[in-house]
Design a protein around this ligand. Sequence first.
Ligand SMILES: [Zn+2]
Length: 182
Amino acid sequence: MGHAGGGFNPLDIDAIRRDNRLPELVGATAKLSRAGAAFKCLCPLHQERTPSFYIFDGGARWHCFGCGSRGDVLDYVQALHGVGLRDAAAMLQSGDLPKVQTAPLPAAETRTETQERARQIWCNAVSARGTLAARYLASRSITIPLPDDIRFARLPYGKQGQEFNAMVALLRDAGGNSTHFP
Ligand SMILES: [Zn+2]
């Protein structure tokens, strides 16, 4: 006895979308790599040698810049297996398709969060005068008195979050205003 056979087990499209993430599904046949808050890989839907298949929106949508294909997890199964929506939904709901475990995607930072982080970096940075940043500039034969728009900071970098010496610069527009900080 089984649950197979249409009719008795109505397909819940929204739940199928929610429960099936593109990284797990695509990762079963392609090698995913991170691209910021997205994943990228060689497109499973066309032949290519450099990755142009991007999974974004927390793993819910894809866009291939090579062949122009795009959509959600149901569109992907339809395109990959040449089936219609109903069959694609049934394949996902029954777990017929191979999947892999993927680490959760980092949430995309909002513009406000990015600005706040930049503001904190700027406020915690110190005048570059007499610091390693000044010595670095001197080593590049830049010996003018340093403006206050050039500062020195220790900033975390890379996966381990290890801190490195950094030179921080405040960008201004042509009118001399910083658009980010009053
Ligand atoms: Zn493609």
